[in-house]
Design a protein around this ligand. Structure first.
Ligand SMILES: NC(=O)c1ccc[n+]([C@@H]2O[C@H](COP(=O)([O-])OP(=O)(O)OC[C@H]3O[C@@H](n4cnc5c(N)ncnc54)[C@H](OP(=O)(O)O)[C@@H]3O)[C@@H](O)[C@H]2O)c1
Length: 296
């Protein structure tokens, strides 16, 4: 690998644009690989706008050689469609950093990356894609990655940028904590409401009961999560801006496929595999799946 690693990014949406902008600001502009052509990317936050020069490439045949570091920021429902990009961008020396929700990024991406190392991450910041494809960054960007030698490549790439990177020796626990947060945010899809809905007493009670179910499954998978976690997550929603959404709600409102399986179905799947009852998942998951895929 050269001193200046080559960096590509697949999926210049809400999260992808944020990371591309963070890299561009420090002179490490990535090669941007997308589905829709755009001349440039635009990130908006309280302190102003960042324009990332494009173009957004849309043809994997334009990639001449593998890259050192590839960020993947497509929805998990879109991974299979990115196979031609991954085939062109990756070889066994590449590090692929998944900027995606869930606890299954490694197994989802591994079949497509030509033997590259896949690093999962936890994405902690909310970013919202606007109708003109610009992105509204709503908090300071921060990622957590597992503490492995390959993660250093991501740390180096994002060093001195606006995006902080933490490494964790117990990434599994962190990833499950974020999963619990995402799973309960799925309730917003079923009510078609933003975070303000958690201020209702009945929703608070439902959220706590669902989080308790998720916590039992997470612990069975090895996550060292404390008893207080459900309460902490609900309190965080109580404090959130009332209009704060979640990417799965944005997808529902735009009638796009939902990441229901990696955010909610996973709790039901893992629970069933371990013989743990998941009565709340058994109601929520079919509704989310039907909302995503129909028929009807
Ligand atoms: N948004 C958030 O606040 C947030 C927070 C934490 C985690 N996450 C997670 O981060 C991941 C990305 O979410 P997001 O909200 O950034 O999604 P998004 O805004 O929908 O962005 C996805 C991007 O991928 C592109 N894409 C789709 N198919 C492609 C293909 N075959 N090849 C290349 N590019 C393709 C899309 O292109 P088009 O322009 O054609 O749509 C879009 O630019 C998800 O797993 C999500 O759960 C999101």
């Amino acid at each position: 690998m050269s001193e200046n690693p080559t960096i590509a990014l697949i999926g210049p949406g809400a999260i992808g644009t944020t990371i591309a902008a963070a890299l561009h600001e420090v002179g490490r502009t990535p090669t941007i690989c997308g589905r829709t052509a755009h001349p440039q990317l635009e990130l908006r936050q309280d302190s102003g706008k960042i324009i990332v020069p494009g173009p957004v490439l849309t043809n994997p045949a334009e990639i001449a050689q593998p890259f050192d570091l590839v960020f993947v920021a497509v929805k998990t429902t879109q991974v299979e469609d990115t196979a031609p990009w991954l085939a062109a961008l990756c070889n066994e020396k590449t590090v692929v950093c998944a900027l995606q929700n869930g606890v299954e990024q490694k197994s989802q991406l591994a079949p497509y990356v030509n033997g590259a190392t896949v690093l999962p991450s936890v994405v902690w910041f909310p970013a919202q894609r606007e109708p003109d494809a610009s992105v509204w960054l709503r908090e300071k960007p921060r990622l957590t990655l597992p503490e492995t030698p390959q993660a250093e490549r991501v740390v180096t790439a994002l060093k001195d940028t606006r995006c902080a990177v933490d490494l964790s020796a117990d990434f599994l626990t962190i990833a499950w904590r974020k999963l619990l947060q995402n799973a309960v945010a799925g309730l917003m899809v079923l009510s078609n409401r933003r975070a303000g809905m958690f201020q209702r007493e009945d929703i608070t009670a439902l959220a706590l009961a669902y989080l308790q179910e998720c916590l039992t499954v997470a612990r069975a998978e090895g996550a060292a999560l404390k008893d207080e976690v459900p309460q902490e997550i609900v309190e965080r929603f109580h404090r959130a801006p009332s209009d704060l959404g979640t990417s799965i709600l944005a997808d529902r409102q735009a009638d796009r496929p939902l990441e229901w399986d990696i955010r909610n179905g996973v709790v039901q799947r893992y629970g069933r595999a371990r013989g743990i009852p998941t009565p709340i998942s058994d109601v929520i998951v079919p509704l989310l799946a039907a909302g995503s895929e129909g028929p009807g």
